[in-house]
Write a protein of this length. Structure first.
Length: 355
């Protein structure tokens, strides 16, 4: 329990309580002066190495035997950044460099009174983990194995840190080769994938309608000008379905290869220019981005990292599709014949002979 002031540090006079500015304060009746109790600054460090956070086990009250971030009081004569790096080194043996201020929290301690916790993200630069004088143990814990922390402010800061890195970690997990993913990495990647697919599905109709309006008049896709809207809808809907399955790892490169090589051969057989099919494919990608950006789906719902991941996967998909259409077109031994008019084709035939 925090000790109460009984005597004046200047004259030894008895301390009483007196109201000033509507606040009860300690007051020396001899010196006629007030004493002001301001919150004490406390610094904490989050050191993250490969998704493991450095913690120390306390060897003194309060919360003796409990884990917490490297934490301590700032001292007179040092700035707050120096304080957090000093405490980190004293308690864990780790030297570091401050990346950013993460969180500020007010906390009332029965031992010390009002405190202000300032938590910094610190990058490890040197040193080996070793418990200091104020800690019984120092150890890295994976983010999904963090033990109960002693201070509420530490719990709040760690939760904020993990939340701030969640999308970034999910992207890293998503782009790892399949065999390198841990269970946790696979779980994070699946979470991002569900969000990507969800946003694509949500805006699907608008993407298709805008593509139809464009491909029906675009000079680079003249053969599509004659198709009925229902046929064009089916074309675009099929491609977006393929992209959705690709994002969910249900549509492999082999599927893309087989489908688009066959399509390239059919386009050559029908006498269609390969440039027209490639342009129609490119316009689908364009309208996926146009709709997503215009409606704020990427910035607001997914964030920067998820936007990057969607762009990466879509680029791979469309590059493969374009490559294999051209490969199929080039490998076809059929001599081009005049293109059939859409009016003479059945719905099934026209769907098969287009993208």
């Amino acid at each position: 329990m925090k000790k109460q002031r009984k005597f004046c540090v200047y004259c030894g006079g008895l301390i009483v309580k007196k109201k000033e500015d509507l606040v009860w304060r300690d007051f020396c009746s001899v010196c006629r002066c007030f004493f002001y109790d301001n919150p004490l600054p406390v610094v904490s460090a989050i050191v993250d190495v490969s998704r493991q956070i450095l913690l120390v086990k306390r060897d003194r009250a309060p919360f003796k035997g409990r884990w917490c971030l490297p934490t301590g009081f700032a001292e007179a004569g040092e700035n707050i950044e120096q304080a957090v790096l000093r405490e980190l080194c004293e308690e864990t043996g780790i030297r570091g460099r401050i990346s950013r201020l993460l969180d500020v929290d007010s906390y009332k301690s029965r031992f010390y009174g009002d405190l202000i916790f300032l938590t910094f993200v610190v990058e490890k630069t040197a040193g080996k983990v070793a418990a200091g004088d104020d800690s019984a143990q120092a150890k890295f814990f994976t983010i999904d194995r963090i033990p109960p922390l002693a201070f509420r402010s530490n719990r709040r800061a760690v939760a904020a840190y993990i939340k701030s890195k969640k999308d970034y970690w999910a992207v890293l997990d998503a782009i790892k080769p399949h065999g390198e993913k841990t269970f946790h990495a696979a779980k994070q990647a699946n979470s991002l994938t569900r969000r990507l697919i969800g946003n694509l599905s949500k805006n699907r109709e608008i993407m298709i309608r805008q593509w139809i309006d464009d491909v029906s008049v675009n000079p680079s896709t003249q053969e599509y000008h004659r198709y009925e809207p229902a046929i064009l809808y089916a074309i675009c809907d099929r491609i977006i379905s393929q992209i959705t399955r690709w994002l969910g790892d249900a549509y492999a490169i082999e599927h893309i290869k087989n489908f688009y090589i066959k399509l390239g051969r059919e386009r050559k057989k029908s006498g269609t220019l390969i440039s027209s099919a490639l342009s129609a494919l490119s316009l689908i990608r364009k309208h996926i981005w146009d709709v997503a950006l215009a409606r704020g789906a990427l910035q607001k719902n997914l964030g920067l990292y998820a936007t990057f991941e969607l762009q990466r996967r879509m680029t791979v998909f469309f590059d493969l599709a374009a490559f294999y259409i051209a490969r199929g077109y080039e490998s076809s031994k059929t001599r081009p014949s005049p293109a059939q008019t859409p009016a003479a084709d059945s719905l099934k035939t026209r769907r098969r002979k287009t993208i």
